[in-house]
Write a protein that binds this ligand. Structure first.
Ligand SMILES: C[S@@+](CC[C@H](N)C(=O)[O-])C[C@H]1O[C@@H](n2cnc3c(N)ncnc32)[C@H](O)[C@@H]1O
Length: 257
């Protein structure tokens, strides 16, 4: 602890889940931290890289039921850093990809706190890749976009923006999956376009559910969070890059009445 000075905030990406996908720099920096504020999707094994005397604070939020508000997290960062402590803000994937890391960065700067980003491997790219779905592939996909479906049900969003992207990656897309798929089809994406949910990517419980976009729109897909949804013809590469079980496990439900 450095009580005489203002501390420092490290925004640290924890990667998609597999603890070995943490960066070397993240491991080094975790040893420097006096306090670790960690999220729900951070593998607990990663916390072993923190010093034994470091304070470990869980600040995870569940979709729907907020356990701790974002404002409370801002306050924790400010309080610990202004007390001269080095704070490690450990977030799943990369802190700046749908992780509110940039907001925490800005708030810390407003308080005069030094900030350093330690990027992480984002689930948006690594989870499909590990499953055998590359986001780009010569002749199949020349572009991709990463979007979130969180809080979008009933929104007046212009979905046509996503109609012409070759590969669409959706984070936080489990709960609103049917609405999302219906909206994308209405905006011009093909109903027979292949799609895959990758649940618990990079972790022992990884499961892949392959469908068509129409199958998702009709509520025929059973999937649990966390999962990355990939939509596009690159999904067909699964059979070439990761053939056979245990990688593929499709589970389709009967259409909802
Ligand atoms: C709040 S966002 C944070 C994304 C994170 N910053 C990143 O770069 O991966 C959480 C979403 O990431 C995706 N996700 C994170 N880890 C995952 C994993 N191991 N397997 C599948 N999806 C994952 C899910 O869509 C989940 O709902």
């Amino acid at each position: 602890m450095r009580p005489e000075t203002t501390g420092k905030l490290y925004l640290i990406g924890a990667g998609p889940g597999d603890p070995e996908l943490l960066t070397v720099k993240a491991v080094r920096v975790l040893r420097e931290c006096d306090v670790i504020l960690y999220d729900r999707l951070v593998s607990r094994e990663i916390l072993k890289y923190a010093r034994s005397d470091a304070e470990r604070v869980y600040v995870g939020k569940h979709q729907g039921e907020q356990e701790i508000t974002q404002q409370a997290i801002f306050e924790l960062i400010a309080r610990h850093s202004l007390a001269g402590r080095t704070v490690g803000r450990l977030k799943g994937g990369d802190p700046l990809v749908f992780g509110r890391g940039a907001e925490e960065w800005a708030v810390a700067l407003e308080h005069g706190i030094e900030v350093e980003l330690i990027p992480g491997i984002s689930s948006a790219i690594a989870v499909p890749g590990l499953a055998g779905i590359p986001l780009t592939f010569r002749g199949v996909s020349q572009s991709f976009a990463v979007i979130t479906a969180h809080c979008r049900e009933g929104s007046t969003e212009d979905w046509s923006r996503y109609a012409n992207v070759d590969t669409l990656v959706v984070l936080m897309g489990v709960a609103n999956r049917a609405f999302l798929a219906q909206s994308l089809i209405a905006a011009g994406r093909r109903g027979d376009e292949p799609a895959a949910f990758i649940e618990n990517g990079s972790l022992p419980g990884q499961r892949i559910v392959v469908s068509s976009l129409a199958g998702i729109a009709e509520g025929r897909i059973d999937v649990c969070s966390p999962a990355v949804l990939v939509i596009g013809d690159v999904v067909n590469l699964l059979s070439r890059l990761a053939p056979g079980p245990p990688v593929q496990s499709a589970q389709a439900l009967e259409p909802r009445p």
